[in-house]
Design a protein around this ligand. Structure first.
Ligand SMILES: Cc1ncc(C[n+]2csc(CCOP(=O)(O)OP(=O)(O)O)c2C)c(N)n1
Ligand SMILES: [Mg+2]
Length: 305
């Protein structure tokens, strides 16, 4: 069969079941559906404390139709490492070990266990579900919260920039790193499948907007995610063995063919303080990210002179 191009061509199996406890319009919900579809039932999913612990449902019931383990907030990658070791001793080579962790559980409190597992090269697919704040406990800032964003602990807008987790993961020399968006599910699906085909530690950074936390109406989740990409705020890319590739539509956007950043910002109440100098700084951060990408592409000889 030719390569699937539409979600409807991915088969009818669903492992993210009805009855979950996500908010209406939850970006993570879209991401989880597509992650589980791509990894299938021969997988073990480790999830630290966060919205997804609630989304999974009450004890004895689970909205995930695959083996699933709740972990302490800081330890998802350590738990997954243990599962990898146990499977190895059991001689099982057919099971995918996957972490799905929030930005708080990744950039901040889970960072030590993430760094250890990556450095050891444990055979894990780690998916960072980035809604840019500690949403489950009431919208507190994290290292992933972008500059200017309101949260309950940055009540006039965050002053610091979003931490560059991709560069940090790059420094771990892992074989596969990618970004993805819930607005581009086929791209995400392909990246999950590719990551599973590679041995070692793999990292996918998924942007998943949060209607209550970002202050937009619940029917706009996909549009907000899409505008993040089309305005260049979120860059779709993958880095295989240190080699960077931009993915559609980001691959056409180096020449600044991007929507104005305001198109993305104005959809979200969390950015109500992002004006004046703060907005200029936010734009500079986006520009700097693109310059960094351009420099890497130039250095590896991927840009036509
Ligand atoms: C050691 C520890 N500190 C704090 C908490 C409380 N807590 C549970 S979930 C959470 C926020 C999780 O944020 P994030 O990882 O971004 O996931 P999200 O809720 O946004 O999906 C916090 C602070 C905890 N469970 N354990
Ligand atoms: Mg979060």
């Amino acid at each position: 069969m030719s390569k699937p191009r539409l979600v409807s061509q991915l088969g009818e199996n669903e492992y993210y079941l009805p009855g979950h406890a996500a908010c209406h319009g939850c970006g993570a919900s879209i991401g989880l559906r597509h992650l589980l579809k791509a990894i299938g039932p021969n997988s073990i999913l480790a999830v630290p404390a966060g919205c997804t612990s609630i989304i999974a449902g009450k004890a004895n019931l689970s909205t995930f139709a695959i083996p699933f383990i709740h972990t302490a907030f800081g330890s998802a990658a350590a738990v997954a490492s243990g599962i990898v070791e146990a499977l190895e001793r059991m001689g099982r080579k057919d099971v995918n070990v996957v972490v799905w962790a929030g930005d708080g559980g990744t950039y901040d409190i889970g960072f030590a266990s993430l760094s250890g597992a990556a450095e050891r090269g444990h055979n894990i697919l780690y998916v960072l579900d980035d809604n840019e704040a500690y949403m489950n406990t009431g919208i507190q800032r994290s290292g992933a919260t972008p500059k200017g964003a309101w949260t309950t602990t940055t009540i006039k807008g965050k002053k610091e920039s979003k931490k560059n987790i991709i560069d940090i993961m790059l420094a771990h020399n892992i074989p596969y790193i990618a970004t993805a968006s819930v607005a581009y599910p086929m791209d995400f699906h392909r990246k999950v499948k590719k990551a599973l085909s590679i041995k070692g530690f793999k990292f996918i950074h998924l942007m998943s907007p949060c209607p209550p936390g970002w202050r937009f109406d619940m029917h706009l989740t996909v549009e907000v995610a899409r505008k993040a990409v089309l305005s260049g705020v979120w860059i779709l890319m993958e880095i295989e063995n240190g080699r960077l590739t931009l993915n559609p539509p980001s691959n056409t956007m180096l020449e600044k063919r991007r929507l104005p950043i305001e198109e993305y910002v104005k959809m979200q109440g969390r950015f109500r303080f992002l004006k004046g100098e703060l907005l200029e700084e936010f734009k500079r951060d986006v520009e700097n990210n693109w310059e960094r990408v351009r420099k890497i592409l130039e250095e590896q000889g991927s840009l036509k002179k």
